[in-house]
Design a binder for this molecule. Structure first.
Ligand SMILES: [Zn+2]
Length: 423
């Protein structure tokens, strides 16, 4: 056997090159990687701010060609090109729909056909944030973990989820943490709703707001810095520089984000379940110090009003102890919420996987309810079910969720009236 180090060897090595393009609201970034994931060519172009989808697709082609040239190949010699795109991505159809941060891209565009034609190789499409999360999971900071929530601050605020090793696509905009409502009736969001996190923290929404304030006569160095840097948009670098210069408007807009959603703490103090084989939980002391650390971190990063929604029963006491009556902290225990919907329940008694919990699951995620697996075996025996889940319905679940939400909003309004009353 002979090993070629030149000529044909290079050719075959190049046959394993792959292309990737990140289509962002500000820039188009293309890269060519070899078999081991090493970058062998890359290029970056600004995303067109005028024109339409065909101009954006021309930029994708140009960026990919430039990266391929650096790697010493034609785009047609690449094994394939993967594209991370904003908007609603349908890889089966090859389309991207409603990418509102791109020029004139309200409808559905066949990205695959256009790029297969111009690049001469196979094209695969994915949601930008989900493919970035998948990449962190496979190659980056997510490698030690089985589950991961990716949050990406850019033109918008994107979120991607990997659960137990699998990308969790969900339905429609599931996992889109940027479109979680953080203020009812709040600032308009590019998605058409009001009060989304992205409306406060997304680059696009912040720029719109800054332009409006300037029209009203506000003074700022933001746009001056933008011009000096030859940018068409307020990039994160521009914001950083303006903050360094203590620009008042920049500071005010950065501080507008009224709420952050902290991740769920799924591991707590659950002594009732120690009888189950393989069951684990934290000691009350460990759980308390975990909670104290989380709260301390949120406070250190500037959170001034904190709400904990506790869904457990055995966790009530340790949480109350950690809270210790702090005035910046509101603790809501699920057990005390949604009383208005209790009359819908046939059996008042119950706890786990009972009529109440099962109704809520039927409303939220019916596919995860497996009635065929149900064994009515009394409290805390093999299945952990109590009460009578066969009486559960999705309708009851919806009413319980609505009643709990009403109670949560009322409790927050009692503590901090300004958070709920208007903007
Ligand atoms: Zn939104």
């Amino acid at each position: 056997m002979c090993v070629a180090t030149n000529g044909p060897g290079n050719y075959f090595r190049r046959m394993t090159y792959r292309g990737g393009i990140d289509l962002g609201g500000t820039k188009v970034q293309a890269a060519v990687v070899d078999k081991s994931g090493q970058v062998v060519g890359q290029s970056r172009l600004p995303t067109p701010t005028a024109g339409g989808p065909s101009d954006v697709i021309d930029s994708l082609t140009a960026a990919m060609r430039e990266a391929a040239e650096q790697a010493g190949v034609e785009t047609s010699a690449l094994k394939g090109i993967g594209i991370g795109s904003p908007g609603k991505v349908d890889n089966d159809a090859g389309t991207v729909t409603g990418a509102k941060n791109l020029p004139d891209w309200g409808g559905s565009v066949d990205v695959r056909s256009a790029l297969e034609e111009s690049c001469g190789t196979a094209i695969a499409l994915g949601n930008d944030v989900q493919v970035a999360t998948d990449a962190e999971f496979a190659l980056g900071s997510g490698r030690p973990y089985k589950s991961l929530l990716g949050v990406f601050w850019g033109t918008g605020v994107g979120g991607g989820i990997v659960l137990d090793g699998k990308p969790w696509i969900g339905r429609d905009a599931a996992g889109e943490i940027g479109h979680v409502c953080v203020r009812m009736g709040g600032a308009p969001c590019p998605c058409g709703r009001e009060g989304c996190m992205e409306a406060y923290a997304g680059r696009y929404a912040m720029e719109l707001r800054a332009r409006k304030e300037v029209e009203r006569g506000e003074k700022t160095v933001l746009f001056k810095i933008m011009e000096e840097r030859g940018r068409a948009r307020l990039t994160s670098g521009v914001w950083a520089r303006a903050l360094e210069k203590e620009d008042e408007l920049a500071q005010r807009l950065i501080e507008r984000l009224p709420a952050v959603a902290a991740p769920v703490v799924g591991f707590g103090f659950y002594p009732a379940f120690t009888a189950f084989a393989g069951s684990q939980h934290l000691s009350a002391e460990t759980f308390k110090s975990l909670l104290a650390e989380l709260l301390g971190n949120l406070r250190r990063h500037g959170a001034r009003r904190l709400v904990i929604l506790n869904t457990g029963v055995s966790t009530e006491k340790p949480i109350d102890e950690v809270a210790g009556g702090a005035t910046d902290l509101l603790v809501l225990h699920m057990r005390g919420l949604g009383a208005a919907a209790e009359t819908l329940l046939d059996v008042a008694e119950g706890g786990h996987a009972d009529e109440r919990e099962t109704s809520v699951m039927l409303a939220l995620e019916p596919r995860s309810v497996r009635m065929d697996k149900l064994v009515l075996d009394g409290p805390f025996e093999r299945t952990g079910a109590t009460g009578d889940p066969t009486r559960a319905t999705a309708f009851k679940g919806e009413r319980i969720l609505a009643a709990r939400t009403d109670d949560m909003v009322a409790a927050i309004a009692r503590r901090w009236p300004d958070l709920v009353a208007g903007r």
